[in-house]
Design a binder for this molecule. Structure first.
Ligand SMILES: Nc1ncnc2c1ncn2[C@@H]1O[C@H](COP(=O)(O)OS(=O)(=O)O)[C@@H](OP(=O)(O)O)[C@H]1O
Ligand SMILES: [Mg+2]
Length: 415
C-alpha cells in the first residue's frame, strides 16, 4: 500500500531534483537561487508541479472535445461555457494545495462552483469529472507529487471544488486560480491557459501560467493550430504524441521569469527541467511593435483598440489570442502590448490577471490600468477601482505612449 501523502513527510528531494549535466549548470544555479532564496520555496514548487499536472489533464480532455464529445461542455448562467476540464483542474489543484499546506491553511479564490455539477441530472458529468481527476492524480508521481492512497470519491471531489470559494482580500494568503482560462479557445481546440497565483496581503507574489497549446517557440504558433485541426480529424487521433506547450512562472521581486516545456509520455518533471529565462521584447518603436488582444469582441472593444493602435503609430495587425496566453506572449517577447477594454459594467476578475501580471513584470514588463495605476488584487474577487481597461507592455516607453493614446482617444469613444 502506498503511504498517504503527509505534508510533514515531504522531503526536499520530493521538491527539487537537480539535473547533473554540466551544460545546464549555469541555468541550474540561477534557478536554484530562485527556488531557495525566498520564503515561497514550497509554494512555488507545489504550484508549478500542480499546473504541469493540470495542463496534462486539459490536453487529454481537449483531445476528447475536439474529436467530438460535446457532452463534456455545459453553459453557465451567463451562457459562457464550462467543461469537464474546468471542474477537474479546480478539484485537482485544490486537492493538491490542501494536501501540502493543510485544508485549514489554504484559501483559494477560483472561478468554478459546484452548482451545475451537483444537480441530479449532472450525474454523468460528475462521473466524467471524477474519472478525469483520478486519472490525473494517478500520474502525480511523474510530476513529483505523491498520489492519494485511494481514488477520490464524488463527495471528496465536490468538496475540493467548493472549497475554492474564498473571496480573497487585503490580508493573509490566498491562492487565485483560473482552472481553464479562455474556455472558448479550449473548446475550439485553440489557446487557453491554467493560471495559478498566490496573493499575500493584497499583493500578487507568485504567478504560474500553464499554456498547453502555446509552443516553446513563437514560429511554431501558426503551425500548431493548422496541424492540431488536421490531426484531430484523424482516427485514432495521434494528438497524444503532440509535443508542445509550456509553463511560465515567476516570483515577485526576483527580476526573473522562467519557462519550462510541458512533459509528455513518460517524461518526469525534474528541476530545472529545461527551464529557461524569458524576457520581454526590447522593441520600443511603435511601428515595429505588435499588440495582442482578446479574440472575442464581447470581451474587449476592438474598434477602440484599433483607434488607439493607430494613434500611437502601431502598424502591425493585432495578434488576437484567447486567454492569458496574451500575458505569456508579452512576457516572452512575442508581442509588445496587450490591451483589454471591456464593455462598461463588466468587472474584471482577479483570476484572469494575477498570474500573468507577476510573470510579465518579472520578465521586465509593465502592467497597469488605463490610468497608469497597478492592478489592485487586494479587494476581493474583482479588480475594483480599475480605470477603464488593462494595459500590459514590454517597457516604459511604449507604456507611456499607449497611456497617452488612450487618453487622446477616450473622449471620442463610446466607452
Ligand atoms: N463581457 C466580458 N468582458 C470582458 N471579459 C469577460 C467578459 N465576459 C467574460 N469575460 C472574461 O474574460 C475572459 C476571457 O478573456 P480573454 O482575454 O481571454 O478573451 S478572449 O477569449 O480572447 O475573447 C473569460 O475567462 P474564462 O471564463 O476563463 O474564459 C472571462 O473571465
Ligand atoms: Mg478566465
Amino acid at each position: 500500500m502506498r503511504p498517504r501523502l503527509n505534508p510533514t513527510h515531504m522531503t526536499y528531494h520530493h521538491k527539487i531534483l537537480l539535473e547533473t549535466k554540466a551544460s545546464q549548470a549555469c541555468r541550474q544555479n540561477e534557478h536554484k537561487h530562485l527556488m531557495e532564496d525566498d520564503k515561497y520555496v514550497k509554494e512555488f514548487d507545489v504550484a508549478v508541479r500542480a499546473v504541469h499536472m493540470a495542463c496534462s489533464l486539459c490536453q487529454r480532455v481537449q483531445v476528447g472535445l475536439v474529436t467530438d464529445c460535446t457532452d463534456l461542455v455545459k453553459s453557465k448562467d451567463d451562457d459562457s461555457p464550462v467543461t469537464v476540464a474546468d471542474w477537474s483542474v479546480q478539484a485537482t489543484i485544490s486537492w493538491i494545495l490542501s494536501e501540502f499546506f493543510g485544508v485549514q491553511n489554504v484559501s483559494i479564490v477560483a472561478e468554478e462552483d459546484v452548482q451545475t455539477l451537483s444537480k441530479s441530472e449532472s450525474a454523468g458529468l460528475l462521473a466524467a469529472v471524477v474519472k478525469t481527476v483520478n486519472d490525473c492524480l494517478a500520474e502525480a508521481p511523474k510530476f513529483g507529487i505523491p498520489n492519494p492512497e485511494n481514488d477520490l470519491g464524488n463527495s471528496q471531489i465536490l468538496e475540493a471544488i467548493s472549497r475554492c470559494n474564498s473571496k480573497g482580500g487585503s490580508s493573509g494568503r490566498h491562492w487565485v486560480l483560473d482552472p481553464v482560462d479562455g474556455t472558448l479557445g479550449f473548446v475550439r481546440g485553440d489557446q487557453y491557459a491554467v493560471a495559478l497565483a498566490l496573493i499575500e496581503d493584497g499583493k500578487a507574489v507568485l504567478g504560474v501560467l500553464g499554456c498547453p497549446n502555446y509552443p516553446m517557440k513563437k514560429e511554431w504558433l501558426n503551425y500548431h493550430h493548422q496541424c492540431y485541426q488536421t490531426l484531430s480529424k484523424s482516427s485514432p487521433s495521434p494528438l497524444g504524441i503532440w509535443k508542445e506547450g509550456c509553463v511560465m512562472y515567476a516570483r515577485k521581486g526576483s527580476g526573473k521569469a522562467w519557462m519550462q516545456p510541458l512533459m509528455h509520455g513518460n517524461e518526469k518533471l525534474e528541476w530545472p527541467n529545461s527551464a529557461q529565462l524569458i524576457q520581454v521584447s526590447s522593441i520600443d518603436d511603435p511601428s515595429l511593435a505588435t499588440f495582442c488582444e482578446p479574440v472575442e469582441k464581447a470581451n474587449t472593444n476592438h474598434s477602440f483598440t484599433t483607434g488607439v493602435a493607430h494613434n500611437m503609430g502601431l502598424r502591425k495587425r493585432p495578434l488576437r489570442v484567447y486567454s492569458m496566453v496574451k500575458y505569456a506572449a508579452i512576457a516572452r517577447g512575442d508581442a509588445e502590448i496587450f490591451m483589454k477594454f471591456s464593455t462598461s459594467g463588466y468587472k474584471e476578475k482577479i483570476w484572469d490577471h494575477a498570474a500573468g501580471v507577476v510573470i510579465v513584470e518579472e520578465a521586465g514588463g509593465v502592467v497597469t490600468d488605463a490610468g497608469g495605476r497597478p492592478l489592485d488584487f487586494s479587494r476581493g474577487v474583482y479588480l475594483e477601482g480599475l480605470d477603464r481597461g488593462i494595459i500590459a507592455c514590454s517597457g516604459a516607453t511604449l507604456h507611456e505612449k499607449i497611456i497617452g493614446a488612450v487618453y487622446a482617444s477616450w473622449d471620442s469613444s463610446n466607452l
